[in-house]
Write a new protein. Structure first.
Length: 261
């Protein structure tokens, strides 16, 4: 059982985006760097971003590993064509102008071989000159900051009349280069907490550049702020910070025409 992915409506209550900042971020970046309107969203989740893009001039497909999430997309965003698949091995048999992967979904690729396989799938599904847009945690942030690692963070959300409370602890697995998470959920009527464990690969900016280069991409933008989940609000005309010390990392890369296979 995964409380949030099994219950997409609760997921959106836990992580609201009423202004569709993440989708507008994608649109602004694609517009700024000259991308097209055929878009594939990998790790599309509830389809909130894909749905907004489909209503604003994009032809959108999505891939996700949760059938519950995809059922939610089909019900609430029927214009989005979604497919159940593993981000390391899916094959839709077509190419797109843009491939997106937001909210650290790329970091569920824990090993180098996972990352290579994922980027190979992105390359196979992009037209020559197409854009890859990803947003994720920044591994470099943890070189000098421990604020996300100090203690247990408690958060509550009410859904369908029930209050769900989560207690979340993060720590770094240095050997595996992973940010690990333990989250315990409590709510009325449940005798024992529901404990869920997950992890994200921590990628550093130069490491990400190297992986993309090997996969046939040229990085056209790499920045920490602003973005859809940064303290500094995202705007379409925002200057992009190259300091790369913030807790989020955003990349825009173009598939080299010689890199298409």
């Amino acid at each position: 059982m995964n409380l949030l992915t099994d219950n997409p409506e609760l997921y959106e209550h836990q992580f609201p985006d009423p202004g569709h900042v993440a989708a507008r971020f994608v649109h602004d970046v694609v517009t700024r760097f000259g991308g097209g309107r055929d878009l594939l969203d990998i790790g599309c989740g509830t389809g909130r971003d894909a749905g907004w893009l489909s209503r604003n001039g994009y032809r959108v497909s999505g891939v996700d590993s949760s059938e519950n999430m995809l059922a939610y997309v089909r019900e609430h965003h029927p214009a989005v064509d979604v497919v159940l698949g593993d981000m390391r091995s899916f094959d839709l048999g077509r190419r797109f102008d843009v491939v997106t992967c937001l909210d650290s979904a790329m970091l569920y690729c824990h090993t180098n071989s996972d990352l290579d396989a994922f980027l190979s799938r992105c390359r196979a599904h992009l037209s020559p000159g197409g854009l890859f847009v990803a947003e994720m945690r920044n591994g470099a942030f943890f070189l000098g900051n421990t604020e996300l690692l100090d203690g247990v963070r408690t958060r509550s959300v009410t859904w369908r009349g029930t209050e769900y409370t989560s207690h979340t602890e993060l720590w770094i697995d240095h050997a595996a280069q992973l940010l690990r998470r333990r989250r315990a959920w409590e709510w009325a009527g449940r005798a024992e907490p529901l404990v869920q464990r997950s992890a994200w690969r921590l990628l550093f900016p130069q490491e990400l550049r190297h992986l993309l280069d090997l996969a046939g991409f040229d990085v056209v933008a790499l920045f920490d702020t602003p973005g859809p989940r940064t303290d500094q609000p995202w705007t379409a005309d925002a200057p992009l910070s190259g300091a790369l010390s913030g807790d989020r990392l955003h990349v825009v890369a173009r598939l080299r025409r010689s890199g298409c296979q």
